[in-house]
Structure formats: structure tokens, C-alpha cells
Design a binder for this molecule. Sequence first.
Ligand code: HEM
Length: 141
Amino acid sequence: MEIQNPKYGQGDATYRGVGGDEGLKKLVAEFYRQMSSLKEAEHIRKMHPDDLSESEDKLYCFLSGWMGGPRLYNEKYGSIAIPRAHTHLDIDYPEAEAWLLCMGKALNELAYPDDFCEYLMTQLKVPAERIRMASLNRQKN
Ligand code: HEM
């Protein structure tokens, strides 16, 4: 019987799907390129520092562990709770949608298979929504 590839989300299947360390680095670089060039993302680009190198490294390190690969963020920067890491920012639907748009465009640009893009975008909506809720709750206080 043929052994099937594990589905994304199991073990390191997502990490392998992105192309491992090299693929993830390219994806995050493309993500920030999209953020710096898309009109729809201007407002979230402005939330970031001019020099994106630290933001880029932190997202790359975080996504590595999040995708089932090496837990680089914890090793380099310590522990992180993603919603809490964003509570100093005003994030509602337009900001969350712009962030996801940049990721969708980056995946498209790098020509990942459709099933991978769909899987990743569905999964990323979860932390994006948690971040939005945390920001909203903080604004009420
Ligand atoms: C919902 C829309 C989002 C917006 C508008 C947003 C925006 C930002 C901004 C502006 C920063 C830099 C903060 C600073 O330098 O002070 C940041 C940091 C970061 N973001 Fe997001 N983000 C979003 C969603 C996400 C998602 C979905 C993830 C992960 C799946 C993520 C992961 C990170 C990480 C790891 C950092 C570095 C945090 C740190 O070490 O302080 N972000 N984000």
C-alpha cells in the first residue's frame, strides 16, 4: 500500500509544505514586500518600523515553530503570546484583512499549490481573529 504524505498540520507537514527554512524565509520576505507595495496595506505598513528586518526575522522565527518546524522564536526571543504581542496596536477587521491579503498575495506570487494556500490562509485567520479580539478588548478598557 502506498504511504500517503501526512496532511498539512500534522507533524512538520506544513513546514515541509512551505519549503522548510529556505521556503519560509522567502515567504516572509515576499509577505513584507507585498505589505510595502500594496495600497490596501499602507495603514498596516505604517504600524511597523521603517526598517522591517526585525519584524521580518520575528515573523519568520514564529512561523517556523507554528508550522511544526524548529521553534526558532522561543530559542531566540523567548516565549510569546501572539494576541498579547499585538495589544499595543489598533487592529480591527480592515487591519486583519490587509494582513491576510499580503499573505495571500505572497503565497500566490511564490506559486504554492492551491491546497497549501487554502490550508495556510484558513489557519492564519485563527490568530488574526484572536489578535483583533484582543485589540478590541484592550481598546474598551
Ligand atoms: C491581524 C493582523 C496583524 C497586524 C495588523 C499585525 C501587525 C504587526 C505589527 C505592526 C508588528 C510590529 C510591532 C512592533 O514592532 O511594535 C507585528 C509583530 C508581530 N506579528 Fe503581527 N500583525 C498581524 C497578525 C499577525 C499574525 C496572524 C501573526 C502570526 C501568525 C503575527 C505575528 C507577529 C509576530 C511574531 C510579531 C513580532 C512580535 C514581537 O516579537 O514583538 N502577526 N505585527
